[in-house]
Write a protein that binds this ligand. Structure first.
Ligand code: ZN
Length: 150
């Protein structure tokens, strides 16, 4: 295992053990629930959106280490981002975990989300990593129905 892999694994373990922004957001104005039947991961995303910008974000749920760490990292990265920036990050993140990212493209703006790049070696875990992002999209669309990662 390379030094970088070890570092990324530490970040995932840390975020799984002590998830950031965990809990219901009292003044949320958007909310969505997601479920990944392949693994049993469940997540609820809470957003406070004003003027197209995510002012605050929180999540709750239970799932595997990848899904929890991904949700925690996502909330850290998205606070203060606009909906347009959020969509671009989601595209970049999806490419990353599917192993489709090219060197120059998007790795810079992904920042700490890069910790999840190892997921690309385990295709069955991709849905664990992207569940919270799909749920976020649903919350931004103010979709009321629970979403599935399928
Ligand atoms: Zn999972």
């Amino acid at each position: 295992m390379s030094h970088l892999d070890e570092l990324y694994q530490q970040i995932i373990l840390d975020h799984n053990k002590a998830p950031r922004n965990f809990g219901e957001l009292a003044d949320a104005n958007r909310k969505a629930e997601g479920y990944n039947p392949l693994c049993g991961d469940r997540v609820t995303v809470y957003l406070k959106v004003e003027d197209g910008t995510i002012r605050d974000i929180g999540f709750q749920g239970s799932g595997c280490a990848i899904s929890t760490a991904s949700a925690s990292l996502m909330t850290e990265v998205l606070k203060g981002k606009t909906e347009v920036e959020t969509k671009a990050l989601f595209e970049a993140f999806r490419s990353l975990v599917m192993g489709k990212t090219t060197e120059s493209e998007s790795t810079e703006k992904l920042g700490k989300l890069l910790a999840l790049q190892g997921v690309s070696e385990f295709p069955v875990r991709v849905k664990c990593a992207t569940l919270v992002w799909h749920t976020l999209q649903a919350a931004l669309r103010e979709q009321q129905l629970p979403v599935s990662s399928e």
